[in-house]
Design a protein around this ligand. Structure first.
Ligand SMILES: NC(=O)c1ccc[n+]([C@@H]2O[C@H](COP(=O)([O-])OP(=O)(O)OC[C@H]3O[C@@H](n4cnc5c(N)ncnc54)[C@H](OP(=O)(O)O)[C@@H]3O)[C@@H](O)[C@H]2O)c1
Length: 331
């Protein structure tokens, strides 16, 4: 059964182009005088595309930046240190589709915490189902489940200071978790609980379908997380979601060569550069505008509602329990 919004990658790319022509009312609000000195920002998927551009921007604004990816370690961190003159940039190598490695990332971060901002950015669009060491599917784990595990560890360890899960003191300004998603989640189907976490084969069209569906799952978790981290309406840790809009990145690197050629042409002509697309991410991660209300969603610089299914409390609680069950015993 198909769960996603798009039936093929070209349809998804053209929908992205269409998004670019909508207004972005807050675009002028991110200015060069936003400084992040004294803050520690951790970002996943920082070797390429949006993640690398955002890491560069965070470092240029004075933040201490911690990065993770499978490749480009440590050269991509060195490139940021050289370009910005900020020496406080470190990088760890990990494959986030392997949950044991996700725990190693948590250990690495705990040695370097506390974290002020965590950006869950890593994502992939794999043209086929790939099993992980835990017998799960790699895109499902990279794009959703690894984030559930990592944030759970960082909150339990107090690496993201919080009083809700860890019971420790909270910091000022309050920590922030930003989840990089995709507006393609709008219109994906409700979560299929019979198939949740099941490794099932898929091809290129199934991949783009699953991509949007896994982003719906991701957003449903992010909304549930935002509720759990704001008990009695008192926000302990802010949780926000954003979509960068169409960006000319390496996300299609695994597509079959002919399709990749067609998509790359669309990406190159119409999509925005990672540096431009990272601006709303930097804004939502660092600006005081996002230190009042939790659970906000930006589509580029446009505040928006997510798909209504993402706000369903019963679904959010069920997702939490089913995710916990999937990762139980992995450490
Ligand atoms: N491009 C777009 O038009 C677009 C639109 C909407 C949303 N997004 C979202 O933006 C985010 C960033 O994607 P991008 O477009 O910048 O693509 P990208 O250039 O391919 O970057 C993806 C990043 O994620 C990392 N990554 C992928 N799988 C990983 C794994 N298993 N373990 C660790 N790191 C992994 C990659 O690093 P390594 O390969 O070195 O591990 C890379 O740094 C994703 O969440 C994507 O869904 C993109």
């Amino acid at each position: 059964m198909s769960h996603g919004r798009f039936d093929n990658p070209l349809q998804a790319a053209l929908a992205g182009v269409n998004d670019l022509y909508r207004s972005q009312p807050l675009a002028a609000k991110l200015t060069d005088d936003l400084r992040l000195d004294g803050r520690t920002v951790f970002i996943t998927g920082a070797s390429s595309g949006l993640g690398f551009a955002a890491a560069m921007d965070f470092a240029a604004r004075g933040a201490r930046v911690l990065m993770v990816a499978r490749s480009g370690v440590p050269e991509r961190a060195a490139a940021i240190r050289d370009a910005t003159g900020n020496g406080d940039v470190e990088m760890m190598q990990a494959d986030l589709s392997d949950l044991e490695q996700v725990h190693r990332v948590a250990d690495w971060l705990t040695d370097r915490g506390p974290l002020d901002v965590v950006v869950e950015n890593a994502g992939m669009a794999s043209p086929r189902a790939t099993p992980t060491p835990q017998g799960l599917e790699a895109m499902f784990v990279t794009n959703y489940l690894s984030k559930f595990v990592l944030i759970d560890r960082l909150l339990s360890d107090g690496t993201i200071p919080n009083s809700v899960v860890h019971g420790g003191p909270t910091s000022a300004p309050k920590p922030r978790i930003v989840v990089v998603s995709s507006d393609s989640h709008q219109g994906a189907s409700a979560i299929d609980w019979d198939e949740f976490g099941v490794l099932k084969p898929f091809g290129v069209n199934g991949a783009i379908n699953n991509y949007s569906y896994f982003k719906l799952i991701l957003n449903t978790w992010a909304v549930e997380l935002s509720r759990r981290l704001a008990p009695d309406d008192r926000v302990d840790v802010f949780v926000h979601v954003m979509c960068p809009g169409p960006v000319n990145t390496n996300i299609i690197r695994e597509a079959p060569w002919m399709l990749r050629g067609m998509l790359k042409a669309i990406f190159t002509v119409f999509f925005r550069s990672p540096i431009v697309a990272a601006r709303p991410l930097v804004y939502i991660a660092g600006h005081d505008d996002f230190a009042h209300e939790t659970g906000r969603y930006l589509h580029m610089f446009r505040p928006k509602r997510m798909d209504p299914k993402c706000y369903d409390r019963t679904e959010g609680q069920r997702l939490w329990k089913r995710s916990q069950a999937l990762v139980a015993g992995v450490r």
